[in-house]
Design a protein around this ligand. Structure first.
Ligand SMILES: [Zn+2]
Length: 317
């Protein structure tokens, strides 16, 4: 890149680290080489977030950095110009886990509190992505380049961003991923995530948020009952795997019966591809609103065209 921009590698390093500032002519050359508008270099870099990946270690570093950069551009788009005024203000409650050790019930209580604060009626949640967006969270679906990464989020307090991977193309799993990321935003905010315990908490939150104990416990089977589980999958819009796990964690299903069900499911290849498909994953809308707004045009002029195009493509039906 140094060569293409007519610079020495040390000079480029100095610009990257912020030790030196490129002159106007150099900025022009860099903008050509990097295919970004010069104005992009002048955008304030308020704070950045690492992005919290479900399985941090297995994700290729380059994939992770790329997806994270695209998500930061989505944040720029949502906060640039008058963009924020056109979409709902963020209203994600921030509630920490207070119990040390056995925190499951604490997380269940918090998930129930979020449902109450947001005025969600009892029973299944119709559309998780729409719900997040109505509370000001920007959701986008992007290729994450690796099947190990399901989803991640950037917990910007002015505008949280949730990125769902497109690879699995499974409505039930995508809803669970969205609820898992909401769990991080509620429970962990801008704290460090990605540790086994924060992952476990976000998972428990997702299960509890989508399947509150008081609404689902008496519907869950005690033993493997596939017709019943298929019906519950359709009604609750969650995977069979999530239903079985919920049945175990709520004590409806004994550990042995749970393992029998999981083995039977594995033997049929359902761990990879479940029966009872629920149709296309939920589609985000807010980004399209931002891209189509008059401010969208202005913001596009300051952001890398290829990345904005990728975001636009992600929300195109
Ligand atoms: Zn997570």
């Amino acid at each position: 890149m140094a060569q293409r921009a007519g610079l020495t590698p040390p000079a480029l390093s100095q610009f990257e680290s912020g030790a030196a500032r490129p002159a106007a002519a150099t900025q022009d050359r860099l903008s050509t080489v990097l295919e970004v508008p010069t104005a992009f270099f002048a955008l304030p870099l308020l704070d950045t977030h690492e992005g919290f990946f479900r399985s941090l270690r297995r994700t290729a570093v380059a994939d992770r950095r790329r997806a994270r950069a695209v998500a930061h551009i989505a944040h720029d788009l949502a906060t640039c110009g008058g963009a924020a005024a056109r979409i709902p203000p963020p209203s994600v409650p921030r509630i920490s886990v207070t119990t040390v050790g056995n925190d499951g019930e604490d997380v269940d209580r918090i998930a129930a509190e979020v449902r109450t604060v947001w005025g969600i009626p009892r029973g299944p949640i119709a559309n998780v992505v729409e719900l997040l967006e109505s509370h000001g969270v920007i959701v986008t679906r992007l290729p994450l380049g690796s099947t190990d990464v399901d989803a991640f989020s950037l917990p910007f307090s002015d505008r949280p961003i949730v990125v769902l991977g497109v690879e699995k193309n499974d409505r039930a799993r995508s809803r669970f991923d969205a609820a898992h990321e909401l769990g991080h935003l509620v429970l962990h905010g801008e704290q460090v995530w990605g540790m086994p315990e924060t992952e476990r908490q976000a998972h428990r939150f997702a299960a509890s948020f989508l399947m509150p104990a008081q609404d689902i416990a008496d519907q869950l089977p005690q033993r493997t009952d596939w017709p019943r589980l298929f019906e519950l999958k359709r009604r609750w819009q969650v995977s069979l795997a999530a239903l079985l796990m919920r049945a175990r964690s709520l004590g409806c299903m004994a550990e042995g019966d749970y393992l029998t069900a999981v083995k039977a499911s594995s033997a049929r290849g359902w761990r990879r591809l479940e029966p009872v498909p629920l149709g296309a994953p939920e589609q985000p809308q807010l980004l399209r609103t931002l891209l189509e707004a008059p401010s969208g045009e202005l913001c596009r002029g300051m952001l890398p065209t290829s990345v904005v195009d990728q975001l636009a493509q992600a929300v195109a039906v």
